[in-house]
Design a binder for this molecule. Structure first.
Ligand SMILES: Nc1ncnc2c1ncn2[C@@H]1O[C@H](COP(=O)(O)OP(=O)(O)OP(=O)(O)O)[C@@H](O)[C@H]1O
Ligand SMILES: [Mg+2]
Length: 372
């Protein structure tokens, strides 16, 4: 008997809502249907504004945004189920990550805030909804992130080989899966696409640099690269996680200001430097924390950036780089499938966090359940 779950994810890139319908009856998830739904322009603008200037948001607009994003998630789920031809009553649950507005794992007290009211998702779809995955891990002393490593372990690990999974979303995160009985490691390496997207949007008025084609026209500015590499997050030892509160356009502007370039830099040279920075920080993290890894499985939108992938491969030399697609799951849908899988774990009363990854004091059942 099929066990249908639906996963909803909108990451830090805010490029859209990834919705997946999966059959989780076997250990290997079977993707039934998947689609990315664009945020309505007005909502996307409000989301970007809040993330870029969190200090100016009013409680009234935050409350309304939570409701509106919840409705949008619900319509995405409904539309996907319709497309798949699967009735709501045949879907056991929705796992909804929500949209992160602020992730502050190191503040005192720590917190992580996602919007996308799950009450509305359950009410509109008539499907039991699991949401608010991060805060229980934080309450247990963890970073609340990354939460995908347990899923990566279940689906991509091999008993005979050390592997690592790299997700290049807005931020980039690495899961180290030792072949032997050693604990799984997982952490954010730093920015994924976020800086390249911000620079591209500013200069080319388009959300991202397809294939890294624009970056390919520029040359890396070594002074800028060295300045960016000084960020203290990069030297921190895991557990660690980050977000747009740290790596964003404002931070980039500050670093450009620090440089005091004698002549104005060409925009494409800066784009190339940001690509090099992203590739370097990822490769450094693999070398430092996944030394035994011979195979790196890549997912997330950054997997489509040909030049970025080429530079990561050049930095990593003899490590084989593959797409998660070669291991049964298309790179665009891994994160959303992970939240469908985490919803199932929650409903079964199974912990979804890995304390070796998040730093939590113990395994916890993640999220809250909103019954249909
Ligand atoms: N063809 C492409 N060429 C270059 N970059 C691409 C391409 N397709 C997607 N991307 C990049 O991938 C990004 C979206 O990736 P993804 O959806 O994995 O990130 P996300 O939503 O931030 O997820 P998360 O933060 O949860 O991992 C886009 O913003 C863009 O930068
Ligand atoms: Mg996305």
């Amino acid at each position: 008997m099929a066990e249908y779950y639906l996963g909803l994810m909108s990451g830090t890139s805010m490029d859209g809502i990834d919705a997946v319908l999966v059959d989780l009856q076997n250990a290997r998830p079977e993707l039934v249907c998947a689609q990315t739904f664009a945020w309505p322009d007005a909502i996307r603008q409000q989301l970007s504004q809040i993330v870029d200037q969190p200090e100016v948001v009013s409680l009234h607009s935050l409350g309304q945004l939570d409701a509106l994003t919840g409705e949008t998630f619900a319509y995405a789920a409904q539309s996907l189920a319709r497309e798949a031809g699967i009735a709501a009553e045949d879907i056991l649950a929705i796992g909804s990550h929500g949209q992160t507005l602020f992730h502050a794992p190191n503040s005192t007290p720590a917190f992580s805030h996602q919007c996308g009211d799950p009450n509305r998702i359950a009410e509109i779809t008539g499907i039991t909804t699991v949401a608010d995955f991060r805060r229980r891990d934080i309450a247990a002393g963890g970073q609340g992130a990354p939460l995908v490593p347990a899923f990566h372990q279940a689906v991509f690990s091999s008993p005979d080989q050390d592997r690592a999974v790299l997700n290049i979303g807005g931020m980039a995160n690495l899961t180290v899966l030792p072949g032997k009985a050693a604990p799984v490691l997982g952490f954010d390496t730093g920015p994924g696409n976020v800086l390249m997207d911000a620079w591209h949007r500013r200069h080319r008025h388009d959300p991202y640099d397809k294939g890294g084609a624009w970056a390919a026209q520029g040359e890396c500015l070594s002074a800028l690269l060295e300045t960016l590499l000084e960020h203290p997050f990069l030297q921190q030892v895991p557990p660690k996680s980050t977000g747009r509160e740290v790596f964003c356009a404002n931070w980039l502007d500050e670093q450009l200001g620090r440089l005091r370039l004698t002549s104005p830099a060409k925009a494409e040279d800066i784009q190339r430097s940001l690509l090099e920075f992203t590739a370097r920080t990822i490769a450094d993290a693999v070398r430092r924390h996944a030394a035994g890894t011979r195979q790196l499985l890549v997912c997330g939108g950054g997997a489509h950036n040909t030049l970025l992938m080429q530079r990561i491969a050049e930095f990593l030399g003899d490590i084989e780089i593959a797409s998660t697609e070669d291991f049964g799951l298309h790179p665009d849908w891994v994160e959303a499938v992970a939240f469908a899988w985490l919803a199932k774990a929650t409903l079964q009363g199974q912990p979804g966090n890995l304390p070796s990854v998040t730093g939590a004091s113990h395994p916890v059942v993640l999220g809250a359940v909103y019954f249909a």
